[in-house]
Design a protein around this ligand. Structure first.
Ligand code: GLY
Ligand code: MN
Length: 465
């Protein structure tokens, strides 16, 4: 948890933004509850809602809060423990003392939030809430608001105010993200050092996640570790590691402060890339470097995505896999056949920061619309870059036989794609290379004290050690 002043200032800023936007009424926040995995007392690992963490800091279940836009009054709704709780949990600090840690002066029992919101609604006041990230919170909002569906009542002004704040990371958050990236570096280093042919992928996952658990909250998303990198989010880890393959490891640590890291490296399972693997790897590496060098205030990340798409097509053209005018190929979306995802996403308290609030609201400026094209259409962060943005730089090249066959069957890209040659890549797999970057006043810097080895020579040297 950060210092009390951080949360006090954030809530004051939020209220000021809502007033500036001409809004009135109550802001209602619902924290997460425990989520049973099989039965009530055996729950999934506890994780607080990220927007709640951002404004309230309190990392405990079953809390709610209201902020009164007109009066500025802030109320925390939570229950003090009783003797039944103490038997199982031990003595706990009072709600009032927890509230004081984050500068909340007024506390009420949890059930009172329903009554206070009901009274406010009866008095004709507007209730602002955001799209809930979990079903429990959807149900709670339905109960509190007394209606069968709440999606049409989600407050756009509140959502936009929160996004505008969380998109620009504060100094304390940047320090927390640097720390999460340091833990991510350690986790990935452990993984790289554990790669051996003949062992099951799961063994490496276990070693990696041990680092995440020993040093932080755990992983920031389910680990992707696979010799079938052409399946973008491959969560199966049952395969035995074979020689001569490429292994994509896309994983991150969530720190104890709940900030994420998200790195991807692609390793040769035998310790050395084959000539063909190296050729494709170099293209992805060049795209990663190009994205970093272009990222600075003023440019849009959509432009950066398209510049890397062009670079990728240039490299694939040199390999004879595509041919034609590069700009025309970019415009026609040919790069999407090889990279059917976007260049990157926002990162912060969530690995894909705030996507629960709406991908387009988070990742697109009001004057931008999301493309429909394969690849560009999956770009989750397109905005004009500003200092304080934290984004991922994650180009990839994948040879997905089913997708290539579909393109071919539908006659797509026939003028540009060398389908005959592509067939010899059907067993290639995929390559993705991902760093986390902070936009600064005049450019960008990679987060974390050290960068994971990424050039093919550096990766091979690290694996040889
Ligand atoms: N690293 C996983 C993702 O960005 O979706
Ligand atoms: Mn990512």
């Amino acid at each position: 948890m950060f210092a009390k002043e951080v949360y006090v200032r954030r809530r004051a800023t939020l209220l000021a933004k809502m007033r500036e936007a001409g809004q009135q009424g109550l802001i209602l926040f619902i924290g997460n509850a425990e989520a049973p995995a099989q039965y009530k007392d055996n729950c999934y690992k506890w994780r607080q809602d990220s927007t709640w963490l951002y404004f309230m800091g309190l990392d405990e279940p079953l809390m709610a809060a209201t902020l009164d836009i007109e009066t500025g009054e802030e109320t925390l709704y939570a229950n003090d423990v009783d003797i039944d709780d103490i038997i199982w949990m031990g003595p706990q600090p009072t709600v009032a003392s927890k509230a004081a840690l984050v500068g909340l002066a007024r506390t009420q029992p949890y059930a009172q939030v329903d009554k206070d919101v009901y009274a406010a609604r009866k008095a004709g006041r507007h209730i602002h809430f955001i799209n809930p990230s979990r079903y429990f919170n959807t149900l709670r909002l339905m109960e509190i608001m007394g209606c069968a569906r709440i999606d049409r009542q989600v407050s756009r002004p509140l959502t936009e105010a929160i996004i505008s704040m969380r998109l620009i990371k504060e100094d304390v958050e940047i320090a927390a993200l640097d720390h999460a990236c340091d833990l991510g570096f350690q986790m990935h280093s452990a993984a790289r050092d554990a790669i051996r042919t003949g062992i099951v992928e799961q063994e490496i996952v276990g070693r990696m996640e041990a680092v995440a658990l020993a040093k932080g909250w755990g992983v920031s998303f389910p680990t992707i570790l696979t010799q079938h990198g052409e399946t973008l989010h491959n969560h199966g880890h049952a395969a035995v590691i074979e020689p001569g393959k490429l292994m994509v490891i896309d994983a991150g640590v969530e720190s104890n402060e709940h900030y994420a890291s998200d790195f991807t490296r692609t390793y040769p399972t035998s310790g050395k890339y084959t000539a063909r693997q190296r050729e494709v790897y170099q293209i992805v590496y060049d795209c990663n470097e190009l994205a970093f060098s272009l990222s600075k205030p003023g440019i849009t990340y959509r432009e950066v995505h398209l510049a890397t798409a062009r670079k990728m097509l240039e490299g694939l053209s040199a390999l004879g896999l595509v041919k034609g005018d590069l700009d025309e190929m970019v415009a026609k979306g040919i790069a999407g056949l090889f990279q059917p995802h976007g260049l990157g996403h926002n990162m912060g308290l969530d690995v894909h920061d705030m996507e629960d609030l709406g991908e387009n609201l988070v990742g697109y400026d009001p004057d931008q619309t999301r493309a429909k094209q394969l690849g560009l259409g999956s770009l989750r962060m397109a905005r004009r870059l500003q200092p304080g943005h934290v984004i991922t730089d994650e180009p990839g090249i994948y040879f997905i036989p089913a997708l290539i066959e579909k393109f071919k069957k539908e006659g797509l890209g026939y003028d540009f794609v060398n389908y005959a040659k592509l067939e010899s890549y059907y067993d290639f797999g995929g390559i993705r290379l991902e760093d986390d970057i902070l936009i600064t006043a005049d450019g960008a810097r990679r987060l974390g004290p050290q960068r994971l080895p990424i050039s093919p020579d550096d990766v091979e040297a690290a694996m040889a050690q």
